[in-house]
Design a protein around this ligand. Sequence first.
Ligand SMILES: Nc1ncnc2c1ncn2[C@@H]1O[C@H](COP(=O)(O)OP(=O)(O)OP(=O)(O)O)[C@@H](O)[C@H]1O
Ligand SMILES: [Mg+2]
Length: 362
Amino acid sequence: MSAAEIADIELVGVTKSYGGNVVVVDNVSLTVPRGEFVSILGPSGCGKTTTLNMIAGFHEPSSGEIRIRGRNQVGVPPEKRNIGLVFQNYALFPHMTVQENVAFGPKMKGQSKSETEEAVRSALKSVRLEGYESRYPKELSGGQQQRTALARAIAPRPSVLLLDEPLSNLDLKLREAMRIELKEVQQQLGMTFVYVTHDQEEAMSMSDRVVVMSDGVVAQEGRPSEIYQNPVSAFVADFIGKSNLLPVKQARDHDGRLTLTLGGGLSLVSERSGDIPANDITLCCIRPENVQLARKGASGENLLTGRVDKLVNLGAHAELWVDVSKDCLLKVQVPVRRLQGIEIGSHVDLLIESAAIQPLAH
Ligand SMILES: Nc1ncnc2c1ncn2[C@@H]1O[C@H](COP(=O)(O)OP(=O)(O)OP(=O)(O)O)[C@@H](O)[C@H]1O
Ligand SMILES: [Mg+2]
């Protein structure tokens, strides 16, 4: 492997257990190439922070190997790993100004006064906090504090930045604005980011690649669109975005298309036969936005009729729960402008493209 091809971070079969047999990270392997924005996404307690702490060097793996730029990190202390850290609670030094907080890393690295000043100036410029140098943390808003924490982490120019739920203390509007800023900073610096979050929108909107974790294992890894459109399991389909997960009684393969028999006499045709053998299919996933209201009298495959059981208007779109058979309540998302004449109790015709029906094995 040439120097340019060496990944910034590699986890090879990394396992962590705390006292005895409680395995919280189980045989995780992961490669993060230089300059990539990778998110580790999963529900509370799935092992995200533990994984990040092992990369940072705060915990040693129980087994497996962590390599940074190709070098095994066993026994290498955190401060020798050339890694920057940003956490949820900012952790700024309260008695230091913004300038002093951001200068901390470069100084610790032994950079000269002029190098440090340049590093601070450039880091504050990246996070758009020029002019705030002499403020103390308590004189900053939450967003400004988090930007200062980011500037402090990038000022020493680490090769990798690890971020653990850095936006979770901010309100929604600010969080959304910060997503864009974080991504811009990452691209501008060409720095490798490993970003831990339980917020799927955050992960989907910023990442080049998302690693979905569940109970200490990697459930799926891929580009955000891949994971959204082709979840490999019910867990991923359910965790990422909204989905209808319908039990499949029988699947029959014919010419690369699948006929799925569901409960209540329903039958759907799916385009994606994928890698799953027909006999193993037990569920199918249909995203609510992929179910369309059909014109009255429409005909063709995957046409369902049902009664609106629940309706929630969310402003731009509405969510309908449509009773399409005695066993199946289908969640449907429609633009509000298409709602005319539809209310609870209305009968609607629904159409699902065969390519939008994803068969799953479990
Ligand atoms: N020092 C410890 N000793 C024992 N168990 C621990 C320790 N640290 C974490 N755990 C356990 O390991 C599991 C994973 O914890 P971790 O902090 O990695 O989860 P997480 O995915 O970051 O969750 P969250 O989204 O809530 O931050 C949890 O069940 C937790 O209780
Ligand atoms: Mg955590």
